[in-house]
Design a protein around this ligand. Structure first.
Ligand SMILES: Cc1cc2nc3c(=O)[nH]c(=O)nc-3n(C[C@H](O)[C@H](O)[C@H](O)COP(=O)(O)OP(=O)(O)OC[C@H]3O[C@@H](n4cnc5c(N)ncnc54)[C@H](O)[C@@H]3O)c2cc1C
Length: 431
Protein backbone atom coordinates (compact mmCIF):
# COMPACT_ATOMS: atom_id res chain seq x y z
CA UNK A 1 0.00 0.00 0.00
CA UNK A 2 1.42 3.38 -1.00
CA UNK A 3 0.76 6.17 1.51
CA UNK A 4 1.55 9.87 1.01
CA UNK A 5 1.51 12.15 4.05
CA UNK A 6 1.27 15.89 3.45
CA UNK A 7 3.11 17.84 6.17
CA UNK A 8 6.12 16.91 8.31
CA UNK A 9 4.88 18.40 11.58
CA UNK A 10 4.41 16.30 14.68
CA UNK A 11 1.20 14.77 13.30
CA UNK A 12 2.62 13.82 9.89
CA UNK A 13 5.85 12.39 11.28
CA UNK A 14 4.03 10.45 14.02
CA UNK A 15 1.76 9.02 11.31
CA UNK A 16 4.77 7.85 9.29
CA UNK A 17 6.32 6.20 12.36
CA UNK A 18 3.04 4.57 13.35
CA UNK A 19 2.58 3.20 9.82
CA UNK A 20 6.17 1.96 9.81
CA UNK A 21 5.71 0.20 13.14
CA UNK A 22 2.56 -1.44 11.77
CA UNK A 23 4.54 -2.84 8.81
CA UNK A 24 3.75 -0.40 5.99
CA UNK A 25 6.89 0.12 3.90
CA UNK A 26 5.87 2.56 1.19
CA UNK A 27 5.40 5.84 3.06
CA UNK A 28 6.44 9.30 1.83
CA UNK A 29 6.13 12.53 3.81
CA UNK A 30 6.06 15.73 1.77
CA UNK A 31 6.70 19.05 3.49
CA UNK A 32 6.27 22.62 2.29
CA UNK A 33 9.30 24.03 4.16
CA UNK A 34 12.56 23.67 2.27
CA UNK A 35 14.27 22.48 5.44
CA UNK A 36 13.00 21.19 8.79
CA UNK A 37 14.17 23.64 11.43
CA UNK A 38 13.56 23.51 15.20
CA UNK A 39 10.75 26.08 15.24
CA UNK A 40 8.42 26.88 18.11
CA UNK A 41 8.98 26.74 21.84
CA UNK A 42 7.67 24.28 24.44
CA UNK A 43 4.84 21.78 24.13
CA UNK A 44 3.51 19.17 26.50
CA UNK A 45 3.14 15.51 25.67
CA UNK A 46 0.44 14.15 27.96
CA UNK A 47 0.59 10.56 29.26
CA UNK A 48 -1.74 9.25 26.53
CA UNK A 49 0.70 10.50 23.88
CA UNK A 50 3.76 9.30 25.81
CA UNK A 51 2.15 5.84 25.95
CA UNK A 52 1.97 5.84 22.13
CA UNK A 53 5.56 7.09 21.79
CA UNK A 54 6.66 4.39 24.23
CA UNK A 55 4.89 1.71 22.20
CA UNK A 56 6.68 3.08 19.13
CA UNK A 57 9.99 2.43 20.97
CA UNK A 58 10.77 6.13 21.44
CA UNK A 59 10.48 6.45 25.24
CA UNK A 60 14.21 6.84 25.92
CA UNK A 61 14.91 9.28 23.10
CA UNK A 62 11.93 11.50 23.85
CA UNK A 63 12.59 11.22 27.60
CA UNK A 64 16.14 12.45 27.03
CA UNK A 65 14.92 15.76 25.55
CA UNK A 66 12.06 16.32 27.99
CA UNK A 67 11.27 17.14 31.59
CA UNK A 68 8.49 15.29 33.38
CA UNK A 69 6.35 17.81 35.28
CA UNK A 70 5.53 16.55 38.79
CA UNK A 71 2.44 18.77 39.26
CA UNK A 72 0.08 21.13 37.48
CA UNK A 73 -0.91 24.01 39.74
CA UNK A 74 -3.46 26.75 39.04
CA UNK A 75 -3.41 30.18 40.74
CA UNK A 76 -5.42 33.37 40.52
CA UNK A 77 -3.86 36.62 39.28
CA UNK A 78 -2.60 37.35 42.80
CA UNK A 79 -0.63 34.09 42.87
CA UNK A 80 -3.02 32.44 45.35
CA UNK A 81 -3.45 28.67 44.86
CA UNK A 82 -6.72 27.49 43.26
CA UNK A 83 -6.08 23.84 42.35
CA UNK A 84 -3.05 21.58 42.20
CA UNK A 85 -2.75 18.01 41.01
CA UNK A 86 0.07 15.51 40.48
CA UNK A 87 0.91 14.70 36.85
CA UNK A 88 2.37 11.76 35.00
CA UNK A 89 3.90 8.97 37.07
CA UNK A 90 3.18 10.95 40.26
CA UNK A 91 -0.53 10.81 39.35
CA UNK A 92 -0.50 7.02 38.96
CA UNK A 93 -0.14 6.84 35.18
CA UNK A 94 2.09 4.13 33.77
CA UNK A 95 3.65 6.83 31.55
CA UNK A 96 5.03 10.28 32.37
CA UNK A 97 3.91 13.63 31.00
CA UNK A 98 6.81 15.31 29.16
CA UNK A 99 7.52 18.97 28.45
CA UNK A 100 9.69 19.20 25.34
CA UNK A 101 10.88 21.80 22.87
CA UNK A 102 8.53 21.47 19.89
CA UNK A 103 11.26 21.89 17.29
CA UNK A 104 13.65 19.45 18.96
CA UNK A 105 10.87 16.88 19.21
CA UNK A 106 9.89 17.37 15.55
CA UNK A 107 13.52 16.86 14.43
CA UNK A 108 13.78 13.74 16.59
CA UNK A 109 10.69 12.30 14.89
CA UNK A 110 12.06 13.25 11.47
CA UNK A 111 15.33 11.49 12.27
CA UNK A 112 13.41 8.35 13.24
CA UNK A 113 11.35 8.49 10.03
CA UNK A 114 14.54 8.67 7.94
CA UNK A 115 16.02 5.76 9.90
CA UNK A 116 12.91 3.67 9.36
CA UNK A 117 12.16 4.49 5.71
CA UNK A 118 15.41 5.97 4.34
CA UNK A 119 16.68 9.49 3.75
CA UNK A 120 14.34 10.07 0.80
CA UNK A 121 11.18 9.39 2.83
CA UNK A 122 10.82 13.07 3.73
CA UNK A 123 10.69 15.35 0.69
CA UNK A 124 10.99 19.01 1.57
CA UNK A 125 10.27 22.15 -0.43
CA UNK A 126 6.99 20.90 -1.95
CA UNK A 127 3.68 22.58 -1.11
CA UNK A 128 0.54 20.53 -1.68
CA UNK A 129 -1.97 22.36 -3.85
CA UNK A 130 -4.72 19.76 -4.10
CA UNK A 131 -5.74 16.13 -4.38
CA UNK A 132 -7.88 14.28 -6.94
CA UNK A 133 -9.84 11.27 -5.76
CA UNK A 134 -10.25 7.96 -7.53
CA UNK A 135 -8.29 8.71 -10.71
CA UNK A 136 -6.88 5.97 -12.99
CA UNK A 137 -3.33 5.16 -11.85
CA UNK A 138 -0.30 4.11 -13.90
CA UNK A 139 -0.66 0.51 -12.70
CA UNK A 140 -4.19 0.23 -14.07
CA UNK A 141 -5.74 0.68 -10.63
CA UNK A 142 -7.53 3.65 -9.10
CA UNK A 143 -5.55 6.09 -6.97
CA UNK A 144 -5.55 9.37 -5.10
CA UNK A 145 -3.38 11.95 -6.89
CA UNK A 146 -1.72 14.78 -4.94
CA UNK A 147 -0.16 17.76 -6.66
CA UNK A 148 2.66 19.83 -5.21
CA UNK A 149 4.53 22.90 -6.33
CA UNK A 150 7.94 24.24 -5.32
CA UNK A 151 9.29 27.78 -5.00
CA UNK A 152 10.39 27.76 -8.64
CA UNK A 153 6.91 26.75 -9.82
CA UNK A 154 7.83 23.17 -10.75
CA UNK A 155 5.15 20.54 -10.19
CA UNK A 156 5.39 17.19 -8.43
CA UNK A 157 2.56 14.66 -8.81
CA UNK A 158 2.30 11.67 -6.50
CA UNK A 159 -0.20 8.81 -6.76
CA UNK A 160 -1.13 6.89 -3.63
CA UNK A 161 -3.60 4.41 -2.19
CA UNK A 162 -4.04 6.63 0.87
CA UNK A 163 -3.34 10.34 1.34
CA UNK A 164 -3.07 11.85 4.82
CA UNK A 165 -3.48 15.60 5.17
CA UNK A 166 -1.25 16.53 8.12
CA UNK A 167 -0.72 20.06 6.87
CA UNK A 168 -1.73 21.97 9.98
CA UNK A 169 -4.29 24.64 10.82
CA UNK A 170 -4.04 26.24 7.34
CA UNK A 171 -4.41 22.86 5.62
CA UNK A 172 -4.67 23.02 1.83
CA UNK A 173 -6.29 19.58 1.68
CA UNK A 174 -8.95 20.63 4.18
CA UNK A 175 -9.57 23.89 2.32
CA UNK A 176 -10.14 21.97 -0.92
CA UNK A 177 -13.05 19.99 0.59
CA UNK A 178 -14.33 22.86 2.78
CA UNK A 179 -13.75 25.91 0.61
CA UNK A 180 -15.99 28.30 2.56
CA UNK A 181 -14.12 28.11 5.86
CA UNK A 182 -11.79 31.07 5.50
CA UNK A 183 -9.30 32.00 8.22
CA UNK A 184 -9.34 30.15 11.55
CA UNK A 185 -11.73 31.83 14.01
CA UNK A 186 -10.02 34.03 16.61
CA UNK A 187 -11.30 34.54 20.17
CA UNK A 188 -9.40 37.86 20.49
CA UNK A 189 -6.86 36.42 22.90
CA UNK A 190 -3.24 37.19 22.01
CA UNK A 191 -0.57 34.72 23.12
CA UNK A 192 3.07 35.60 23.67
CA UNK A 193 5.33 32.56 23.84
CA UNK A 194 8.96 32.50 24.88
CA UNK A 195 11.64 30.78 26.90
CA UNK A 196 13.76 32.41 29.60
CA UNK A 197 16.41 31.48 32.13
CA UNK A 198 14.69 32.11 35.47
CA UNK A 199 15.26 31.22 39.13
CA UNK A 200 13.98 27.70 39.85
CA UNK A 201 10.44 27.96 41.31
CA UNK A 202 8.38 25.63 43.53
CA UNK A 203 9.83 22.07 43.23
CA UNK A 204 11.57 22.83 39.91
CA UNK A 205 9.20 20.54 37.96
CA UNK A 206 5.79 22.18 38.38
CA UNK A 207 3.73 23.49 35.47
CA UNK A 208 1.84 26.58 36.62
CA UNK A 209 -1.04 28.62 35.28
CA UNK A 210 -2.13 31.89 36.87
CA UNK A 211 -4.90 34.35 36.04
CA UNK A 212 -8.31 34.00 34.40
CA UNK A 213 -10.05 34.11 31.04
CA UNK A 214 -8.95 37.70 30.31
CA UNK A 215 -5.28 37.51 31.25
CA UNK A 216 -3.15 34.51 32.07
CA UNK A 217 0.42 33.31 32.52
CA UNK A 218 1.59 29.72 32.01
CA UNK A 219 5.10 28.42 32.75
CA UNK A 220 6.89 25.10 32.88
CA UNK A 221 10.55 24.10 33.05
CA UNK A 222 12.22 22.67 29.94
CA UNK A 223 15.26 21.34 31.82
CA UNK A 224 15.56 19.08 34.85
CA UNK A 225 16.05 20.77 38.25
CA UNK A 226 19.71 21.45 38.95
CA UNK A 227 20.76 21.33 35.29
CA UNK A 228 21.41 25.08 35.28
CA UNK A 229 22.42 25.62 38.95
CA UNK A 230 19.73 27.57 40.83
CA UNK A 231 18.22 28.63 37.52
CA UNK A 232 15.91 26.81 35.15
CA UNK A 233 14.98 27.26 31.49
CA UNK A 234 11.30 28.06 31.57
CA UNK A 235 8.83 27.94 28.72
CA UNK A 236 6.11 30.53 29.15
CA UNK A 237 2.91 31.75 27.56
CA UNK A 238 1.54 35.15 28.50
CA UNK A 239 -1.99 35.76 27.32
CA UNK A 240 -4.32 38.75 27.20
CA UNK A 241 -7.54 39.66 25.38
CA UNK A 242 -6.87 42.20 22.62
CA UNK A 243 -8.69 45.51 22.61
CA UNK A 244 -11.20 45.98 19.77
CA UNK A 245 -9.54 47.17 16.57
CA UNK A 246 -6.45 44.96 16.83
CA UNK A 247 -6.02 42.83 13.71
CA UNK A 248 -5.43 39.15 13.72
CA UNK A 249 -1.99 37.88 12.78
CA UNK A 250 -1.43 34.17 12.32
CA UNK A 251 2.35 34.30 11.98
CA UNK A 252 4.00 31.84 14.37
CA UNK A 253 7.40 33.45 13.98
CA UNK A 254 6.53 37.07 14.51
CA UNK A 255 8.89 38.34 17.27
CA UNK A 256 7.77 41.26 19.45
CA UNK A 257 9.26 43.69 21.96
CA UNK A 258 8.91 42.31 25.54
CA UNK A 259 8.57 45.74 27.25
CA UNK A 260 4.79 46.27 26.76
CA UNK A 261 4.10 42.68 27.82
CA UNK A 262 6.22 43.09 30.98
CA UNK A 263 4.14 46.19 31.69
CA UNK A 264 0.85 44.28 31.34
CA UNK A 265 2.05 41.81 33.99
CA UNK A 266 3.79 44.37 36.23
CA UNK A 267 1.61 43.46 39.27
CA UNK A 268 2.23 39.73 38.93
CA UNK A 269 5.45 39.45 40.96
CA UNK A 270 4.41 36.58 43.26
CA UNK A 271 6.56 35.47 46.19
CA UNK A 272 7.06 32.10 44.44
CA UNK A 273 7.54 33.39 40.84
CA UNK A 274 8.34 36.85 39.51
CA UNK A 275 6.26 36.83 36.30
CA UNK A 276 7.36 40.21 34.86
CA UNK A 277 11.01 39.27 35.49
CA UNK A 278 10.56 35.99 33.58
CA UNK A 279 8.99 37.80 30.62
CA UNK A 280 11.74 40.44 30.68
CA UNK A 281 14.40 37.69 30.60
CA UNK A 282 12.98 36.04 27.44
CA UNK A 283 15.41 35.31 24.61
CA UNK A 284 12.68 36.13 22.13
CA UNK A 285 8.89 36.46 22.33
CA UNK A 286 6.63 35.19 19.56
CA UNK A 287 3.14 36.63 19.22
CA UNK A 288 0.13 34.93 17.72
CA UNK A 289 -3.65 34.87 18.05
CA UNK A 290 -5.49 32.10 19.86
CA UNK A 291 -7.26 30.42 16.96
CA UNK A 292 -8.79 27.03 16.36
CA UNK A 293 -11.01 25.41 13.74
CA UNK A 294 -14.72 24.65 13.80
CA UNK A 295 -15.33 20.89 14.00
CA UNK A 296 -16.03 19.21 10.65
CA UNK A 297 -18.80 16.78 9.73
CA UNK A 298 -16.25 14.56 7.99
CA UNK A 299 -12.51 14.29 7.59
CA UNK A 300 -12.34 11.73 4.78
CA UNK A 301 -13.10 12.11 1.08
CA UNK A 302 -12.24 9.17 -1.15
CA UNK A 303 -9.12 7.69 0.38
CA UNK A 304 -7.79 11.03 1.62
CA UNK A 305 -8.19 11.89 5.28
CA UNK A 306 -7.02 14.55 7.73
CA UNK A 307 -5.15 14.32 11.02
CA UNK A 308 -3.85 16.66 13.73
CA UNK A 309 -4.44 20.40 13.37
CA UNK A 310 -5.65 19.95 9.79
CA UNK A 311 -8.54 17.91 11.16
CA UNK A 312 -9.20 19.62 14.50
CA UNK A 313 -6.96 22.52 15.55
CA UNK A 314 -7.73 23.20 19.24
CA UNK A 315 -7.13 26.12 21.56
CA UNK A 316 -4.08 25.33 23.70
CA UNK A 317 -6.15 25.15 26.92
CA UNK A 318 -5.41 21.67 28.16
CA UNK A 319 -1.99 21.43 26.41
CA UNK A 320 -3.39 18.72 24.18
CA UNK A 321 -2.73 19.69 20.50
CA UNK A 322 0.38 17.65 19.82
CA UNK A 323 -0.91 14.74 21.94
CA UNK A 324 -4.16 14.53 19.98
CA UNK A 325 -2.21 14.54 16.70
CA UNK A 326 -0.13 11.59 17.97
CA UNK A 327 -3.30 9.72 18.98
CA UNK A 328 -4.78 10.35 15.52
CA UNK A 329 -1.61 8.94 13.96
CA UNK A 330 -1.71 5.76 16.02
CA UNK A 331 -5.43 5.24 15.47
CA UNK A 332 -5.09 5.70 11.70
CA UNK A 333 -2.22 3.20 11.50
CA UNK A 334 -4.12 0.74 13.69
CA UNK A 335 -7.21 0.80 11.48
CA UNK A 336 -5.25 0.56 8.24
CA UNK A 337 -3.21 -2.35 9.65
CA UNK A 338 -6.29 -4.23 10.82
CA UNK A 339 -8.37 -3.55 7.68
CA UNK A 340 -10.18 -6.60 6.40
CA UNK A 341 -8.42 -6.27 3.04
CA UNK A 342 -6.06 -3.93 1.20
CA UNK A 343 -8.50 -3.18 -1.61
CA UNK A 344 -10.44 0.06 -1.97
CA UNK A 345 -13.32 -1.17 0.21
CA UNK A 346 -10.97 -2.28 2.99
CA UNK A 347 -9.12 1.04 2.98
CA UNK A 348 -12.32 3.08 2.94
CA UNK A 349 -13.68 1.06 5.86
CA UNK A 350 -10.41 1.59 7.76
CA UNK A 351 -10.54 5.35 7.19
CA UNK A 352 -14.17 5.40 8.33
CA UNK A 353 -13.21 3.47 11.48
CA UNK A 354 -10.36 5.91 12.18
CA UNK A 355 -12.72 8.84 11.83
CA UNK A 356 -15.36 7.17 14.01
CA UNK A 357 -12.69 6.69 16.67
CA UNK A 358 -11.20 10.13 16.63
CA UNK A 359 -13.69 12.70 15.34
CA UNK A 360 -16.22 12.54 18.20
CA UNK A 361 -13.47 12.84 20.83
CA UNK A 362 -11.76 15.81 19.21
CA UNK A 363 -15.12 17.50 18.52
CA UNK A 364 -15.94 17.22 22.23
CA UNK A 365 -12.48 18.53 23.12
CA UNK A 366 -12.93 21.49 20.81
CA UNK A 367 -16.12 22.46 22.66
CA UNK A 368 -14.42 21.97 26.03
CA UNK A 369 -11.37 24.04 25.16
CA UNK A 370 -13.63 26.85 23.94
CA UNK A 371 -15.13 26.75 27.45
CA UNK A 372 -11.57 26.96 28.91
CA UNK A 373 -11.18 23.19 29.46
CA UNK A 374 -9.48 22.36 32.78
CA UNK A 375 -8.53 26.04 33.14
CA UNK A 376 -12.14 26.79 34.08
CA UNK A 377 -11.05 26.42 37.73
CA UNK A 378 -9.16 29.74 37.45
CA UNK A 379 -12.10 31.58 35.87
CA UNK A 380 -14.44 30.24 38.56
CA UNK A 381 -12.08 31.53 41.25
CA UNK A 382 -12.05 34.93 39.55
CA UNK A 383 -15.85 35.09 39.22
CA UNK A 384 -16.44 34.11 42.84
CA UNK A 385 -13.57 36.08 44.39
CA UNK A 386 -12.25 38.76 41.99
CA UNK A 387 -10.18 40.33 44.79
CA UNK A 388 -8.72 37.01 45.93
CA UNK A 389 -9.40 34.74 48.91
CA UNK A 390 -7.84 33.44 52.11
CA UNK A 391 -8.59 29.83 51.14
CA UNK A 392 -10.02 28.84 47.75
CA UNK A 393 -12.30 26.30 49.42
CA UNK A 394 -14.19 29.23 50.99
CA UNK A 395 -15.43 30.03 47.46
CA UNK A 396 -15.19 26.74 45.50
CA UNK A 397 -15.67 23.35 47.16
CA UNK A 398 -12.86 20.86 46.53
CA UNK A 399 -15.33 18.44 44.87
CA UNK A 400 -16.26 21.06 42.25
CA UNK A 401 -12.62 21.71 41.40
CA UNK A 402 -11.91 17.99 41.15
CA UNK A 403 -14.92 17.45 38.91
CA UNK A 404 -13.66 20.07 36.41
CA UNK A 405 -10.18 18.52 36.36
CA UNK A 406 -11.50 14.95 36.01
CA UNK A 407 -14.15 15.62 33.38
CA UNK A 408 -11.56 17.07 31.02
CA UNK A 409 -9.30 14.03 31.45
CA UNK A 410 -12.17 11.65 30.77
CA UNK A 411 -13.19 13.56 27.60
CA UNK A 412 -9.61 13.72 26.33
CA UNK A 413 -9.04 10.01 26.98
CA UNK A 414 -6.37 10.34 29.59
CA UNK A 415 -7.99 9.70 32.93
CA UNK A 416 -5.44 7.35 34.56
CA UNK A 417 -8.02 4.61 35.24
CA UNK A 418 -8.98 4.55 31.56
CA UNK A 419 -5.57 5.07 30.00
CA UNK A 420 -3.73 2.51 32.13
CA UNK A 421 -6.29 -0.16 31.28
CA UNK A 422 -7.20 0.46 27.64
CA UNK A 423 -5.92 -1.91 24.98
CA UNK A 424 -2.90 -1.00 22.88
CA UNK A 425 -3.12 0.61 19.45
CA UNK A 426 -0.13 -1.42 18.29
CA UNK A 427 -1.10 -3.61 15.34
CA UNK A 428 0.77 -5.19 12.46
CA UNK A 429 -0.38 -5.51 8.86
CA UNK A 430 -1.84 -8.95 8.19
CA UNK A 431 0.39 -10.52 5.54
C1 LIG B 1 6.30 26.57 13.00
C2 LIG B 1 5.36 26.06 14.06
C3 LIG B 1 5.62 26.36 15.40
C4 LIG B 1 4.76 25.93 16.40
N1 LIG B 1 5.06 26.23 17.70
C5 LIG B 1 4.27 25.76 18.67
C6 LIG B 1 4.62 26.00 20.03
O1 LIG B 1 5.61 26.67 20.34
N2 LIG B 1 3.81 25.50 21.01
C7 LIG B 1 2.69 24.76 20.69
O2 LIG B 1 1.98 24.31 21.60
N3 LIG B 1 2.35 24.50 19.42
C8 LIG B 1 3.11 24.98 18.40
N4 LIG B 1 2.78 24.70 17.10
C9 LIG B 1 1.57 23.88 16.85
C10 LIG B 1 1.75 22.42 17.21
O3 LIG B 1 2.97 21.93 16.74
C11 LIG B 1 0.58 21.67 16.63
O4 LIG B 1 -0.62 22.21 17.17
C12 LIG B 1 0.55 20.20 16.97
O5 LIG B 1 1.82 19.67 17.11
C13 LIG B 1 -0.20 19.41 15.88
O6 LIG B 1 0.71 19.26 14.79
P1 LIG B 1 0.33 19.03 13.29
O7 LIG B 1 1.41 18.15 12.75
O8 LIG B 1 -1.07 18.63 13.10
O9 LIG B 1 0.46 20.49 12.65
P2 LIG B 1 1.74 21.41 12.45
O10 LIG B 1 2.67 21.26 13.59
O11 LIG B 1 1.22 22.75 12.14
O12 LIG B 1 2.47 20.80 11.17
C14 LIG B 1 1.96 20.97 9.85
C15 LIG B 1 3.11 20.79 8.87
O13 LIG B 1 2.59 20.81 7.55
C16 LIG B 1 3.37 21.68 6.74
N5 LIG B 1 2.49 22.19 5.68
C17 LIG B 1 1.53 23.14 5.78
N6 LIG B 1 0.91 23.32 4.61
C18 LIG B 1 1.49 22.45 3.73
C19 LIG B 1 1.26 22.16 2.36
N7 LIG B 1 0.29 22.78 1.63
N8 LIG B 1 2.03 21.21 1.76
C20 LIG B 1 2.99 20.58 2.47
N9 LIG B 1 3.25 20.81 3.78
C21 LIG B 1 2.50 21.74 4.41
C22 LIG B 1 3.86 22.75 7.71
O14 LIG B 1 4.99 23.41 7.22
C23 LIG B 1 4.13 21.91 8.96
O15 LIG B 1 5.42 21.37 8.95
C24 LIG B 1 3.60 25.14 16.07
C25 LIG B 1 3.35 24.82 14.72
C26 LIG B 1 4.21 25.25 13.73
C27 LIG B 1 3.94 24.88 12.28
Amino acid sequence: MKIVIVGAGIGGLATALSLGAAGFDDVTVVERATELRPLGVGINLLPHAVRELTELGLADRVGSIGVAPSRLSYFNRFGQPVWSEPRGLEAGYHWPQLSVHRGEFQLLLADEVRRRFGAEAIRTGWRATGVEHGVPGADGGVCERVRFTDAAGSELVLDADVVVGADGIHSALRAQEHPGEGAPPWNRLVLWRGTALAPTYLDGRTMIMAGDAEQKFVAYPLVAPGAEGGMTRVNFIAERRAPEGVDETADWNHAVDPAPIVELFADWAFDWLDVPAVIAAADEILEYPMVDRNPLERWTVGRTTLIGDAAHALYPNGSNGASQAILDARSLAFHLATAADTGIDGIEAALAAYEADRRPITTRLSAMTRELGPERVMQLAYERAPQGFADVHDVIPEAELRQIADSYKVAAGFHPDVLNERSSLTAAVRR
